[in-house]
Design a protein around this ligand. Structure first.
Ligand code: SF4
Length: 67
């Protein structure tokens, strides 16, 4: 199982929601989030982070399929 996580820097508005929902997976790099360690939190937390992102900046794929 391969999990790919992508943050659109263009869409991110720096709310930091994802850094709390999936701690260690997302970190802030200035005003935008980036993926630090995809394995730092369970998949459910990563999906919750994606759902909770106010701008839909986070995309999660498993084995190439968007979740
Ligand atoms: S939750 Fe979305 S908008 Fe907020 S920091 Fe994370 S990626 Fe950016």
């Amino acid at each position: 199982m391969v999990i790919e996580i992508e943050v659109s820097a263009a869409r991110c508005m720096g709310s930091k929601t994802c850094t709390h929902a999936a701690e260690g997976v997302f970190v802030m790099a200035g005003d935008v989030a980036r993926v630090a360690d995809p394995g730092a939190a369970p998949l459910d937390d990563i999906l919750a982070a994606a759902e909770g992102c106010p701008t839909g900046a986070i995309k999660v794929r498993k084995d190439g399929q968007q979740l």
